[in-house]
Design a protein around this ligand. Structure first.
Ligand code: SAM
Length: 252
């Protein structure tokens, strides 16, 4: 599938040097990503058994799918990302596993173009980490509805993402919490990262305009027909939440 003109092409994710820097420092600059890894593992183990089809939207370098495959190597996984460099890294990381497909597409492409054949047939589980906030706010509802349509009846969606705070006071508090954790982790690991410039991007208009509150994201999920919508974890700006598809046949 080819990329269409959209925000992705002018974003930092289209720059391979930025991708490299992100992958090298992400464990320090986003402490809750590791928390999500553990939540995802338990979520997977409690909800699913053998022969599961999993889709990762904005998969990056395949970090989360690798964890799931280490729990159950019978998983059939599809990774979607708009960055060829991320998908190349994911290919390297997952080279020992079978039944893995890679789809180079933007989220916008998944809404506007014909569905790639790898995404047909229904998924038991759709996961995403720190990616969905990159699609424009006015398309978030369409994307959640598409995710719902790609799930089998009884399938689940779990998303780890950043939110907009509900007040400036809370935003300052959450930013401070985030910064303190990053500094502590950086000191403990001895790894120095340019966290200030990374965190400054969060306040860039470009980035901030695409964020919605956590409540807003949960409402959008409910509007997209998800059931059992709930927050599984929240720490400052970061949250893990999800929903269930119940009833109806898969449209993917
Ligand atoms: C912060 S990284 C997260 C990667 C991975 N999920 C993780 O948590 O390590 C965001 C990912 O979203 C992808 N991305 C950004 N905008 C996108 C878009 N419009 N459509 C599809 N992927 C996009 C980037 O290429 C990148 O891999």
């Amino acid at each position: 599938m080819t990329l269409k003109d959209n925000d992705f092409d002018i974003s930092q994710w289209a720059d391979d040097a930025y991708v490299k820097k992100y992958v090298e420092s992400v464990d320090i600059i986003i402490p809750d990503r590791r928390v999500f890894l553990d939540i995802l593992s338990t979520f997977f183990a409690t909800n699913f058994s053998k022969g599961v089809r999993v889709l990762d939207l904005g998969s990056g370098d395949g970090f989360f799918i690798e964890r799931l495959l280490n729990i159950d190597d019978s998983i059939d996984a599809v990774l979607v990302d708009a960055s060829p460099e991320m998908l190349r890294k994911a290919g390297d990381r997952l080279s020992a596993f079978e039944n893995i497909s890679f789809v180079e597409s933007t989220f916008e492409g998944l809404l506007d173009d014909a569905l790639p054949q790898e995404l047909e047939g229904g998924f038991d589980l759709i996961i995403s980490s720190l990616a969905i906030h990159h699609i424009a706010l006015n398309r978030r509802g369409e994307l959640f509805a598409r995710i719902h349509s790609l799930l089998k009846d009884g399938g689940r969606f779990i998303n780890f993402d950043i939110s907009m705070s509900i007040s400036d006071g809370l935003e300052d508090f959450y930013i401070k919490l985030w910064e303190e954790r990053v500094i502590r982790l950086s000191k403990a690991s001895g790894i120095e990262v340019d966290y200030k410039s990374f965190m400054a991007k969060h306040s860039d208009r470009d980035h901030h305009d695409k964020l919605s509150t956590l409540d807003g994201q949960l409402s959008t999920l409910r509007d997209a027909s998800f059931k059992e919508v709930d927050v599984y974890y929240k720490h400052g700006l970061f949250a893990v939440y999800g929903g269930l598809r119940k009833g109806g046949s898969c449209g993917g």
